[in-house]
Write a protein that binds this ligand. Structure first.
Ligand SMILES: Nc1ncnc2c1ncn2[C@@H]1O[C@H](COP(=O)(O)OP(=O)(O)O)[C@@H](O)[C@H]1O
Ligand SMILES: O=P(O)(O)OC[C@H]1O[C@H](OP(=O)(O)OP(=O)(O)O)[C@H](O)[C@@H]1O
Length: 188
């Protein structure tokens, strides 16, 4: 039986990478895989287990069909490697760090995907982005503006979303994510 795509989305700074890292062991124990993204962010700044490539290299990979999903946001290119399709076909569930902006395309390609939206209070989000210190202040403000635009519009577009609040302790968020995945698998 084919596996299911678990599409984790939410504002930059909401904790997607941190949650994915924490989920690595329990997901592996469930026979689920986590995709490694390809990003045109410098290797020093990436802060996640992503493959850093130049924009030229990314576009060449895209032209060669290297990505199952790819998008452009925050001045960067992001790609999810094509190998996830083989994993899904082999029956593995696959967790990916996705984009809200690319959600309609992801839903069209993976109609049964489970979309999990990580939410955080806007004030907490600002604090976390500043504390992470990866982007300069202006880029952080751009991310917060992008988030404010998404907050209302995009939920209406896809009612099949699981909202997961990460304003509190990470372990609590992780426990709820695993619960949600286990429930979705039981119903598949
Ligand atoms: N539940 C949490 N409580 C406190 N800090 C958190 C929590 N989740 C994530 N963080 C912190 O918030 C910052 C942004 O998290 P990150 O995983 O980089 O977000 P994203 O991948 O969504 O951009 C990081 O510094 C991370 O350590
Ligand atoms: O359409 P959106 O939902 O706004 O998402 C756009 C991109 O922004 C986030 O990445 P970012 O560069 O912030 O990296 P991060 O996830 O490591 O913060 C997210 O992971 C997407 O790749």
């Amino acid at each position: 039986m084919a596996g299911r795509l678990i599409y984790l989305i939410g504002p930059s700074g909401s904790g997607k990478d941190t949650l994915l890292d924490a989920a690595r062991e329990p997901m592996a124990a469930r026979g689920c895989r986590i995709a490694r993204r390809v990003i045109t962010r410098s290797a020093e700044a990436k802060g996640e287990a992503a493959q850093a490539v130049s924009a030229e290299r990314f576009l060449a990979m895209q032209a060669q069909g290297a990505f199952a999903l790819s998008w452009h946001a925050n001045g960067l290119h992001y790609g999810i490697p094509k190998e996830i399709d083989a994993w899904l076909a082999s029956g593995y569930d696959v967790l990916v760090n996705g984009s809200r902006g690319h959600q309609p395309q992801a839903r069209a390609r993976y109609p049964t995907m489970l979309a999990v939206v990580l939410t955080v209070d806007q004030a907490v989000l600002r604090q976390r982005l500043l504390a992470r210190g990866r982007e300069p202040a202006e880029e952080i403000e751009q991310r917060l503006r992008r988030n404010a635009q998404f907050a209302t519009a995009f939920q209406a577009a896809d009612p099949a979303l699981f909202l997961l609040d990460n304003s509190g302790a990470l372990q609590q968020t992780l426990a709820r994510l695993l619960q949600c995945i286990d429930r979705a698998r039981a119903c598949a």
